[in-house]
Each structure stands twice: as structure tokens, then as C-alpha cells.
Design a protein around this ligand. Structure first.
Ligand SMILES: [Zn+2]
Length: 306
């Protein structure tokens, strides 16, 4: 026969586990910090978010630690950027996780690029020759309006897997979109004087950003995405940049600096180093502050130039 003490302990345990079930957060794994930031905006206190890629890493070549398998095993949702950005490091983690919820075809598997107008769609698959953008350019999160498309998609999926909190997610989406729209008009005003400015970038990271803010990417230091700069390519690039009057060489924060600096010296262009994901520098702790920072950096580089 149970003593009153034992009954009391059982009651406490029941209450504790009931409370933890009621207040359990959804476990979300996002491949990049940008996607992580968006799901935090929509899910707020109802989600626990893990991002796999570090903001300072090249998202094509992420050092994905096996500890992420445990996170993926417990995940209610996986947000994958898609367009093969993560092909070199995500599939093994997902296989190891053995979690039905985050497999293709289930509501817990989100491909963020679905619904985004993809740039640089190739006429034929080119990965065999080293191109890491075989399905089109995967750096779509650098257009803030694509962030809006992705946020809507994530909101729909959260509503699907956690119906009871649907109205909460929808309110958060509405609030996020309103803040983004307001910021977007500020960013447009700031960049307006520089419409048509010609830039060169290291990798094809910035076409979405450039298109949205009316900059023209006339070349890249890499001969093709994922292939390091070669002397032959750089020797062609330098006269072209002089001809075109290129003012800026925009490079991602994780790139080597020697080649961009050499090209800058030869052409009179200026090197600007930018984070390409949320959290890359301390001022960029969410998706909107990321664009605040990036646009301010670009504008001050262009102002200094003129
Ligand atoms: Zn790329």
C-alpha cells in the first residue's frame, strides 16, 4: 500500500510532466542562421531554434558536427535552404538522425527556396565541372523580399504542425512583414543615389541583393561558383573592371584577402568586406539588423569613393 508521501510524489511528477507537455516548445533546426532568424520571428517563445551553419562560415562548405544529428533526431521541423546549398553537408546528418518528421513530403520538412523566384537558372546541370550552383543561385536570402516569402512559408508550416497556436504565428508574421516593409523603404532610400553602380564580388553571393537594390555585378573573382580565382581569370578581369569603372569589390567575411586586395590595387576599386548571414558581425543579430548593417557599410564605402 502506498504511503501518503508516495502518492504526493506521484502527483507532483504528474503535474510537472503535464506542464512540460503543455509548454513544450517545437524543436526547429535551420540550416543557416538567416533561416533560423526568420523562424524565431514567427515562432517566438513557442520554438527552440538551432542553426547548423555558423554565420561566419561559407554556407557551401559547413563543418557540420555530428552533434547536430541529435538535434535533428529530436526536431519537429527542419528548414533547408535548398538549391543544393547544403548538399555537401546536410544529407549525412539527416540520414543519421532517423527522424520521419523531417523527411521530404512531411510538413516538418521545409525547403525555403520553394516559392522564391530563382536567379541564374542554368540551361544544363554543371556541377560535374565544379559549379556549386547547379540548380540556380542559392543565396536568395540576401534579398529581403525573399525573406518575406520564406517567412510566409514557415508560418504556414508552423500552423500545420501546431494548429492550436496558428493565430499566434499569423500575428507574428504580420508584425514581421510590417517591420520589414518599413525597413525596406528606408533601405531603398539609402541606396537610391547609387543605382546602377557596378561592382565585382568574390563569389556569386550577391545577385539577389544587387538586383533588389539596383547594383550591377559585372564579374566575380571566382571564374565560376566554387572554383578559386586563377591568374588567367584575374588577368582578364582587371582590364574589364577598368573599362567598366567598377568602384567596389564586395567580398564575404570568410574569404582570403590577398587576391581582392591585389585586384583593388590594380583597378582603383575599393574592397568592402560584408557578412553574408545573420550574426556574422555583432550588429547583425537578426534578419532586419543584418540588412541595416550591410546597407550602411555599402553606402559609406560608396560615399567615401565619390
Ligand atoms: Zn554560392
Amino acid at each position: 500500500m502506498k504511503t501518503a508521501y508516495q502518492v504526493l510524489i506521484l502527483c507532483i511528477l504528474f503535474v510537472v510532466s503535464w506542464v512540460s507537455v503543455v509548454h513544450a516548445k517545437l524543436n526547429i533546426v535551420a540550416t543557416t542562421p538567416d533561416l533560423g532568424s526568420i523562424v524565431r520571428e514567427i515562432g517566438k517563445d513557442k520554438v527552440e531554434v538551432t542553426s547548423i551553419a555558423k554565420p561566419t562560415e561559407d554556407p557551401h562548405f559547413v563543418d557540420a558536427k555530428p552533434s547536430f544529428i541529435v538535434k535533428l533526431n529530436k526536431a519537429d521541423m527542419l528548414i533547408d535552404g535548398g538549391l543544393q546549398l547544403e548538399i555537401g553537408w546536410l544529407p549525412n546528418l539527416v540520414t543519421g538522425a532517423r527522424n520521419q518528421k523531417i523527411l521530404p513530403g512531411n510538413p516538418g520538412y521545409v525547403v525555403a527556396s520553394a516559392g522564391v523566384p530563382v536567379l541564374e537558372l542554368p540551361a544544363s546541370l554543371d556541377r560535374a565541372r565544379g559549379d556549386v550552383h547547379p540548380l540556380g543561385n542559392p543565396h536568395f536570402m540576401l534579398d529581403p523580399l525573399n525573406g518575406k516569402i520564406v517567412a510566409t512559408q514557415i508560418c504556414n508550416r508552423l500552423c500545420q504542425i501546431d494548429e492550436k497556436n496558428g493565430s499566434y504565428y499569423k500575428i507574428n508574421l504580420k508584425d514581421f512583414v510590417a517591420r520589414l516593409d518599413q525597413k525596406f523603404s528606408e533601405w531603398q532610400k539609402k541606396t537610391e543615389p547609387f543605382h546602377g553602380t557596378k561592382i565585382v564580388t568574390y563569389h556569386k553571393t550577391f545577385p539577389y541583393f544587387a538586383k533588389r537594390f539596383n547594383l550591377i555585378v559585372v564579374g566575380t573573382l571566382e571564374p565560376k561558383p566554387g572554383i578559386p580565382p586563377s591568374p588567367a581569370h584575374i588577368n582578364q578581369l582587371i582590364p574589364m573592371m577598368k573599362n567598366e569603372g567598377v568602384k567596389l569589390i564586395v567580398i564575404e567575411q570568410f574569404r582570403e584577402r590577398k587576391i581582392p586586395e591585389f585586384v583593388a590595387e590594380q583597378t582603383g576599386a575599393k574592397v568592402v568586406i560584408l557578412p553574408i548571414m545573420v550574426g556574422g558581425v555583432k550588429e547583425t543579430d537578426d534578419y532586419l539588423s543584418f540588412f541595416d548593417y550591410t546597407i550602411n557599410q555599402l553606402v559609406s564605402a560608396l560615399n567615401a569613393k565619390s
